[in-house]
Design a binder for this molecule. Sequence first.
Ligand code: EPZ
Length: 427
Amino acid sequence: MQYKMVINGKRPLSGSVRAQGAKNAALPVLAASILLKGETLEIRRVPKLHDVFTMADLLRHLGAEVKYQNNTVKISVPDELAWDTPKALVRKMRASSLVLGPLLARTGRAVLPLPGGCAIGSRPIDLHLKGLAKLGADIQLEHGAVQARAKGLKGAKIYLDFPSVGATENIMMAAVFAKGETIIENAAREPEIVNLSEALKAMGCKIDGVGTGTIHLEGVDSLGGTAIDIIPDRIEASTFLLAGAITRGIVTVTGVIPEHLDAIIAKLEEAGIGLEIGEDTVTVKAEEPLKSVSLKTLPYPGFPTDVQPQFTAFMSTTKGTSVIQESVFESRFSHVSELKKMGAQIELQGNTAVVTGTDQLKGAEVRATDLRAGASLVLAGLAAEDETVVYGLGHIWRGYEGFDEKIRNLGGKVQVQLSDENGEPKW
Ligand code: EPZ
């Protein structure tokens, strides 16, 4: 089933919107439930997203019972778990690779078809596999799948060539029952990893240093069930702040942790956006004149790559020239060709987009090719004159719970409709 979003733009958004639980914290915490044996993990503030449903189906395939009560998920893990993962599910989502570490730790075995994911570069998992091998796992690549075996993992000192979020999470979870101490150097520092470590500690893990570049982990024999709260989604919150900025409105995001938004707040201020920071709220007030600013995406606490497409859309509407460097993924500019259909003036030079602001974006028919590119196109449509149709909403639903409804609550005129490939509505 194909869906499209029809947007009537050029209307300043105003009002407040509550952030969902963080997708990129919920996914690893869901995967961490695999480490339990005959216990239950309760996870609160889990966003209802396609990627979360995929992870839940993966856990069910392994033998766990997964129950939803609104935004709370209860996972009951039996004594025995399967260790093979179905290609159909793994291909849908790169984050499926996050079951590798916990499965290996829990069962001594894991088979994972090499993951798919969205179209943002090759996204290998070599750093994950190198880390697991350092812990003593035997890793083979056979018939397009990772075959991992371990008779008993041993703590090790692991240096990550790049502070990979997924590799840090997988290695942390794999090391939970390893004999002795594991040190992960050049570890990723994202708040979602701190949230995962809070869950692991609540389950009985001994971990220190999460959120710094060096993580220390002492192996334990078993873990117990617990309840954990997922942190607010800083990427979704940033997307709504930028929706306020690009439409020249006044938008407040609530239920957030403002310090997780520091990099975005700094860039919005530099562009001339008025900001009010509360205890768990951030408000943008977008009054002219606004100016173009430049940035380079970096691992946390730098400017997040997951907000780069949305920020590029915003820079298409401000006075001046913005140079946007994407340093985390090798190709994350699929939104640029679509933004140009709307009149954006963007020139790609390798991993850099040179954006010259225009007075007015124009409505057009555009297609989302990945989650954040889709969000970027919706933001541009909200600012553009006339009508914009964004196809490929399935990408957006992977990461944004109730996206169209939240936009309507802010005064945006958006409708989701069925569509077929050539765009005629199907009734
Ligand atoms: C996580 O992906 C997020 N996904 C991504 O969010 C986010 O863009 C990314 O971190 C960076 O912040 C989840 O948390 C589920 P990485 P992940 O490993 O773990 C290279 C979204 O929009 N790399 O930090 O896959 C990789 O190719 C998604 O919500 C290797 O080369 O990101 C990429 O260029 C998109 N080898 C860079 O590192 C490896 O073994 C960052 O990847 C692993 C990664």
